[in-house]
Design a protein around this ligand. Structure first.
Ligand code: 13P
Length: 256
């Protein structure tokens, strides 16, 4: 899979059913398709209906915010990849910092989930990123490298080529504090370098690496204009159709 520009909206646990469908309808009507992908990552109960709304839109895709690693069985409250596939999901966010923190998802568990998503033919959007204390200690590159190594570096070159990575520094999520374009670029370049060293330059070049953490219409053009930033994983600003469309449109304005 070659590198793509992507604006992915992570709705997290927001919007009731009617509100979610209204947002999806609005995005479907307002967004003007380009080569970039717009991915909607909705709560589970919205997935089927949102999938029906965006069907036929060449630039729009549907993502789950999590999945279970087992194929089926006695796992009360969980959702399988087969279920997700059956309603048109194409991408699955894995390892969001909120899942790591509140649901204790470890690098090892995430490696299992990555395998399961790839086995099912869907695309993982693998999240990584450091806490503020780690950045302040200047150990953020090694920390993120370890997350990637422990959850992804067991993959074959062919399988690694199917992964999307989202770098989301925890200190920038929902805080209004965005990583500066230079901070985002630095980490994205480091991640690409790690991939190049583990696999090869072509695999590194082809990997889409998204930035997440207080992406807004006002900062998207500058962030997406960084050479190693291929788009954004957007929380709060993905809940407003006009804002998310403006973020999606930023790709046409970066001159990269
Ligand atoms: P915000 O855009 O609200 O900071 O959230 C980022 C995020 O966590 C996306 O997954």
């Amino acid at each position: 899979m070659s590198r793509k520009n992507i604006a992915a909206g992570n709705w997290k646990m927001n919007k009731n059913y009617e509100e979610g469908l209204a947002l999806a309808r609005s995005l479907s009507e307002k967004s003007v398709a380009s080569d970039a992908l717009m991915i909607l990552s909705t709560p589970f109960i919205h997935l089927k209906a949102v999938g029906d709304i965006i069907k036929g839109q060449p630039h729009m895709r549907l993502a789950a915010q999590n999945c279970h690693q087992k194929a089926a069985g006695a796992y009360t409250g969980e959702t399988s990849l087969d279920m997700l596939k059956s309603v048109g999901v194409t991408h699955v966010i894995l390892g969001h910092s909120e899942r790591r923190e509140y649901f204790h998802e470890s690098n090892e568990l995430l490696a299992e989930k990555v395998n399961a998503v790839l086995d099912s033919g869907l695309t993982p959007i693998f999240c990584c990123g450091e806490r503020l204390d780690i950045r302040e200690a200047n150990t953020h590159v090694a920390y993120v490298a370890n997350q990637i190594k422990e959850s992804l570096f067991h993959l074959s070159t062919a399988d690694f080529g199917k992964i999307i990575i989202a770098y989301e520094p925890i200190w920038a999520i929902g805080t209004g504090v965005t990583a500066s374009p230079a901070q985002a670029q630095e980490m994205h370049r480091e991640i690409r370098q790690m991939i190049s060293e583990k696999y090869d330059g072509e695999t590194a070049d082809n990997c889409s690496i998204l930035y997440g953490g207080s992406v807004k219409p006002a900062n998207a053009i500058e962030l997406f204009g960084q050479p190693d930033v291929d788009g954004g994983l957007v929380g709060g600003a993905s809940l407003k159709a006009d804002d998310f469309c403006a973020i999606y449109d930023a790709f046409g304005k970066t001159n990269v």
